[in-house]
Design a protein around this ligand. Structure first.
Ligand code: UDP
Length: 498
C-alpha cells in the first residue's frame, strides 16, 4: 500500500459477528473519509478456514484502499477450562497470542499505519499501538447503552455489584436506563472472578484511548449517546470523545459466484421472489447461536401453529450452550440434516410454506427482500441493525452476551419487537412462539411496529448521509487522526534536526 493518506489498522476479533462491523467501518473510512485501511482478521484454529472463505472477505478483497491480513490460526484450548470454556476468555486469549504477529506485520510495512482501531476484545493491543506512536480508538460494534455500561464499569463499586448479584437490584448507569438483573450479563451474575476482573481492566484501558466509536446513531438512542459525551453525566467519567458512527451494516452487494457455490442462496431468494409482500417470517440466531433439541422441536411446532410462511436457518442443537457455534458457524456435526432434529414429518408438511436452511443463509439479502415481514432474532446487534435498516419488525429471542439488554431496548423503548420469555426449564413453548409470530405478522400491533421500524430506518439512513449526525462524527474522528499524523511528522522532523 503506497500512501500519503491516513492509514488505519483495524483488528477484528474472532467471530463473523465481530468481523462484519469492522469491515463495514473500514469501507466507510476508505470511501467517505479518504483513509487507507489494513484489517487484521484474527482467527482461531476452528474458524480460520471458514472466515477466510467467507463471502464477507471476498466482497472486500477487491475494494480499493483496504488490505486484509489474516493472522495464523491460534489454538488456546489447552488454556481453557474444558467444562466451562468461556467464550470471552477464548477470544481474549486468541487476541493475545496473535499480537506478536500483528506487531511484526506493522513493523514490516513500508507505510505503517498511524491509527489503531480495536474492538472490545482487542484492548490488549493498545500499549503496542502507543509504543509505535499510533493514535488509538476502540470501536464498540454495538449500541450506546451497552457501551456506556462497559465504560462505566471501573466506577461501579463492589457494593453496587453485590446488590445487583445478590439482591437483584438494578445496576445504575448515569444518564442511561438501569440494567435489570433479568437482563444482566453473565459476568455480572457473580462479579468476583478473573473473567470479571479482566472485563473491568479492559474497560479501564478503554478510558485511555484517543476516541471511542459506537455502532449506533443519536436519534436511535438519544439518552445514552448524550450521556456518554456530557460532562455533567457519564462524560465526566469517560473523558474521551465518543462518536456514534452507525448504523454500519452489511450492504447487499453481488458476489462473484463460483460454480455450485451459491446455489442454495439462489434457491432461497428465488423462493422469496414468489411469496407475497411482507408475508414471510425469517428465523435466525446469528452466526453462533444454538438451542437444545427440545427447544428446536418446540420452535418447529410453534411455527406450524402460527400458520405463517417462513425461512428458518437451522443449526445442529446443543444442550446447555447458547453460543456453541460461535467459532464454528458452519459446523455440520458430520453431515447433519435438518430432518434429524425436527419433529417427524415437519419438513414435508411445511414444504409449500417454509424453507429450513441448514447452517447459514444470506441474511442481509433476505431481510431486504420485500417478501420478508418479520424476523425472529437472537438480538445480536448486527442482526438488529440489519432488521431496522430493512424496515422489518422483530420477535426478540435473546440467547447470550448483551442480547437481553438489546431485547429490552427493542421491545420496551423502541417498540419494534415483541419479546419471547422462557418458561420454567428454560424452554419457550410452542403456543407462545405462535402467538409472538402472529402478533408481528398479522395483528394490529405488528402494523404499528412496522410503521415505527420504518421511521428508524429513515432516521438511520439520514444519520449516515452527508451532514447527518454519524457522518459528521466520523468526519471529526478523521480530522483528529490527521492532526495526530501532522504532529507526529513534526516531532519526527524535529528529532531529525530538520
Ligand atoms: N448472518 C448471516 N447468515 C446467517 C447467520 C448470520 O448472514 O445464517 C450474519 C448476519 O447477517 C449478521 C451476522 O452474521 O451480519 C451476525 O451478527 P450478530 O451481531 O447478529 O450476531 P452474532 O453472530 O455476533 O451473535
Amino acid at each position: 500500500m503506497v500512501t500519503t493518506k491516513t492509514h488505519a489498522a483495524l483488528l477484528a476479533s474472532p467471530g463473523l459477528g465481530h468481523l462484519i462491523p469492522t469491515v463495514e467501518l473500514s469501507k466507510r473510512l476508505t470511501t467517505h473519509h479518504g483513509f487507507d485501511v489494513t484489517i487484521f482478521v484474527v482467527t482461531t484454529a476452528t474458524d480460520s478456514s471458514e472466515t477466510t472463505k467467507s463471502p464477507i472477505l471476498q466482497q472486500i478483497s477487491n475494494l480499493n484502499g483496504i488490505d486484509i491480513i489474516v493472522t495464523p490460526p491460534v489454538d488456546v484450548s489447552d488454556k481453557l477450562d474444558p467444562k466451562n470454556p468461556s467464550l470471552g476468555l477464548q477470544i481474549v486469549l486468541t487476541m493475545l497470542e496473535s499480537l506478536p504477529f500483528i506487531r511484526s506485520q506493522i513493523l514490516s510495512m513500508k507505510f505503517p499505519p498511524s491509527v489503531l482501531i480495536v474492538d472490545l476484545f482487542g484492548t490488549m493491543a493498545l500499549p503496542m499501538a502507543r509504543d509505535l506512536n499510533m493514535s488509538t480508538y476502540v470501536f464498540f460494534a454495538t449500541n450506546a447503552w451497552f457501551s456506556a455500561v462497559t465504560m462505566y464499569l471501573p466506577f461501579i463499586t463492589d457494593e453496587a455489584f453485590s446488590r445487583h448479584a445478590n439482591n437483584h437490584q438494578p445496576l445504575l448507569i448515569p444518564g442511561c436506563e438501569p440494567v435489570r438483573f433479568e437482563d444482566t450479563l453473565e459476568t455480572f451474575v457473580s462479579p468476583w472472578g478473573p473473567i470479571h476482573e479482566g472485563y473491568v481492566n479492559a474497560a479501564r484501558s478503554i478510558l485511555s484511548v484517543d476516541g471511542i466509536l459506537m455502532n449506533t446513531w443519536k436519534d436511535l438512542e438519544p439518552g445514552a449517546t448524550k450521556a456518554v459525551n456530557d460532562h455533567d453525566i457519564l462524560g465526566q467519567f469517560i473523558k474521551r470523545p465518543v462518536y456514534p458512527v452507525g448504523p454500519l451494516v452489511r450492504t447487499v452487494e453481488p458476489v462473484e459466484k463460483k460454480e455450485g457455490e451459491s446455489e442454495n442462496e439462489d434457491l432461497i431468494l428465488g423462493w422469496l421472489d414468489r411469496q407475497p409482500a411482507e408475508s414471510v417470517i425469517y428465523l435466525s440466531f446469528g452466526s453462533g447461536g444454538t438451542m437444545s433439541e427440545v427447544q428446536m422441536r418446540e420452535l418447529a411446532y410453534g411455527l406450524e401453529l402460527s400458520q405463517q410462511r417462513f425461512i428458518w436457518v437451522v443449526k445442529q442443537p446443543v444442550q446447555g450452550d447458547a453460543c456453541a457455534a460461535f467459532f464454528d458457524t458452519m459446523k455440520d456435526g458430520n453431515g447433519f440434516t435438518v430432518e434429524d432434529y425436527l419433529p417427524e414429518g415437519f419438513v414435508s408438511r411445511t414444504k409449500n410454506v417454509g424453507n429450513c436452511v441448514p447452517l447459514w443463509a444470506p441474511q442481509a439479502e433476505i431481510l431486504k427482500h420485500p417478501a420478508t415481514g418479520g424476523f425472529v432474532t437472537h438480538c445480536g446487534w448486527n442482526s438488529v441493525l440489519e432488521s431496522i435498516l430493512s424496515g422489518v419488525p422483530m420477535v426478540a429471542w435473546p440467547l447470550y452476551a448483551e442480547q437481553k439488554m438489546n431485547a429490552t431496548m427493542l421491545s420496551e423503548e423502541l417498540g419494534v419487537a415483541v419479546r419471547a420469555t422462557a418458561a420454567e426449564g428454560g424452554v419457550v413453548c410452542r403456543e407462545q412462539i405462535a402467538e409472538l409470530i402472529r402478533r408481528v405478522m398479522v395483528e394490529k400491533e405488528g402494523i404499528a411496529m412496522r410503521v415505527k421500524v420504518k421511521e428508524y430506518k429513515i432516521s438511520g439512513e439520514k444519520a449516515l448521509s452527508v451532514f447527518g449526525s454519524s457522518h459528521e462524527s466520523l468526519c471529526q474522528m478523521a480530522k483528529d487522526c490527521e492532526l495526530h499524523d501532522l504532529s507526529q511528522s513534526s516531532h519526527e522532523a524535529k528529532a531529525r534536526g530538520a
